[in-house]
Ligand binder design. Structure first.
Ligand code: MN
Length: 292
């Protein structure tokens, strides 16, 4: 008999900050009541809540910077985001698409508003996750998965109440296309009003839900737009009823990586020695070359 995965906290969006000049984000974690291991394997979640950008010929974003030891996962809800990295990958993701970039042993990349979106301006909303890698995979080769919305698994709900869009892991018999290094789940529940759904994850999996749009009652508690629900590790099932049309919930769950964490800026390793190595490897040009 499954038991309830109960709510530990409902967290309001922290005051936003700018990442470069293109991403106005609420840094939900790590920080506050969610320490660097609490949502493992998810280390970081920056949420760019809805914002209107004015037209610009300058491409707003973040310039060339390194990463090592983890994956960056960028989910576009509104607007278009472009990417280039020193491993030779590039891409553009639009509304509903996901970019899953494995930095692993290290690369340089830049992330910015796509050119046509910059010129017209408009509504922008996104999430970036940092997904940690286990020690044995931290120095594996960089990889890039562009996951278009059409590639995602879609679990349709009865009576036109919406669907679950699976990015990684599975929802019942529906699988997501992302390949991952450890067991985890990422999906968007796209719901019409009064949709009833149940998610089930192992009790030890760290789990959270971000209300990206609309509102929902989660395990009997009302949760508003832009709020994040953190769950206890006490049971399996989460019961959700959407309370508005066009509700979007980002659902994250994963098996914790129980290893030491050492983080400095864009590097996420296990020890301080490995961080020092990363810094010296960047200086030595071992992360490759990328034009600004
Ligand atoms: Mn980055």
């Amino acid at each position: 008999m499954a038991t309830v995965k109960s709510i530990e906290a409902i967290i309001a969006p922290p005051p936003p900050h700018m990442v470069g000049d293109g991403f106005r984000v609420h840094g939900f974690f790590p920080g506050g009541s969610i320490d660097k291991k609490r949502m493992s394997p998810f280390f970081l979640m920056d949420y760019g809540s809805k914002i209107e950008f004015t037209p610009s010929t300058h491409l707003r974003g973040v310039g060339v910077h390194p990463h090592r030891g983890f994956e960056t996962v960028t989910i576009a809800y509104h607007g278009r985001i472009a990417h280039h990295d020193s491993a030779g990958h590039s891409g553009i993701i639009g509304q509903g698409d996901v970019q899953w970039m494995t930095a692993a042993s290290g690369l340089l990349h830049k992330e910015y508003h796509e050119e046509s979106f910059s010129r017209t301006g408009g509504l922008f909303q996104m999430v970036q996750l940092w997904v940690n890698l286990p020690a044995k995979e931290k120095m594996s080769a960089p990889k890039y998965q562009e996951i278009t919305n059409a590639m995602m698994g879609k679990h349709q709900l009865a009576n036109d109440k919406g669907f679950i869009e699976v990015i990684a892991g599975d929802y019942q018999d529906t699988k997501g296309p992302a390949s991952t290094f450890t067991p985890l789940h990422v999906s968007n529940a796209r719901l019409q009003k009064d949709a009833d759904i149940i998610y089930s994850f192992p009790s030890n999996w760290n789990t959270g839900i971000l209300v990206v749009d609309g509102s929902a009652t989660i395990n009997g508690t009302a949760v508003a737009t832009d709020h994040f629900v953190l769950f206890k590790n006490d049971g399996e099932e989460i019961t959700i009823t959407s309370t508005s049309d066009d509700t979007v919930l980002l659902v994250l769950s994963g098996e914790p990586i129980n290893e030491p964490i050492a983080q400095y800026g864009p590097f996420l390793m296990n020890t301080w020695e490995e961080l020092e190595q990363a810094i010296s490897d960047v200086s030595a040009g071992k992360f490759g070359v990328l034009e600004e």
